[in-house]
Design a protein around this ligand. Sequence first.
Ligand code: F6R
Ligand code: MG
Ligand code: MG
Length: 371
Amino acid sequence: MSKITVSLIKADVGGLPGHVTVADELIKAAEENLQNAKDSGLIIDFRVFRAGDDLELVMTHTKGVDNEEIHKLAWDTFEKATAIAKDLKLYGAGQDLLSDAFSGNVRGMGPGVAEMEFTERGAEPVIAFMMDKTEPGAFNLPIFRMFADPFNTAGLVIDPNLHNGFVFEIWDIYEHKRVLMRAPEEMYDILALIGAKSRFVIKRVFPKEGGKLPADEPVAVISTEKLYQIAGEYVGKDDPVALVRAQSGLPAVGEVLEPFAFPHLVSGWMRGSHNGPLMPVPFNYSKCTRFDGPPRVIAAGFQLANGRLVGPVDLFDDPAYDYTRQKAVEIAEYMRRHGPFEPHRLPMEDMEYTTLPKVMDRLKDRFESIE
Ligand code: F6R
Ligand code: MG
Ligand code: MG
């Protein structure tokens, strides 16, 4: 059997109202366009989601990653949705389409991409995670815990198929370099890097040689596009997505979801310039309201059947996550009380909107040297 590729490609092409959520009209336009592509045989299957104000396309096909036809399909779908967003005067219509014309590949053009090609197993659970109002580094903690933390993933200790650990592909997104690191052997060095989550991000996770799964086929992939770097100015946070495979030699679905029971602090939220808790929510709460947030994550669970998507199951639609949501609300309240003070507001170098240079410029003649 040929390998299957799952592509999760997303863009913010207009919000309703402001940056809260995606209008039904845009979801419908995207579904129509992807249905045509499915009818023509280009893709095997698809699902469309909204994560806050981001339009999310999950597509399956046999064309591999970075395929021009698939990326063009995503781009055209975003352009069609943008035309509707412009007609409805939705907020920031077309904001993530940073280029006027498609040229081969959506990477570096604004949309975020998580895709992986692999040999579909006898039973293949895949989870699509979609976040809004945060950045790619928000995935560092949960992905590390799934694949390297024995206090999260019991299988690392008690399942011989996981016991050897995994290989992490980590990107330095400032220097545009990557490194492959092995867990558990290099666990402390991995943490030394990925704890600096605005610079070092986990891009992929691979199984090790000699295990149940091919060592060259990823088991998790995260979008790492940095809009700020692409556009050279603030054009919205990067709002990352990830695909994670589960079970039979990989973390179980429950081990993949478990890290999200802790609403860890991530950067983003209002004006892409605040730290706040990441709240796991069901699809119907995928809208960012309080202070344009707090940052949110949804999880869609599927089984693959020769590339067909069976599902989705709305995985955070579970009272087992109520406590986490309550905790996230308490943390949101605590952080909000800091107003414009760090560490609620990001440190200056990470701020995406800032009037500080202008304030400094105005005050420059009034500053005196201190003896
Ligand atoms: C954060 C985000 C929003 C906007 C805020 C101001 O990623 O998208 O918090 O930054 O609503 O938006 P503008 O500058 O468009 O008025
Ligand atoms: Mg927006
Ligand atoms: Mg967004």
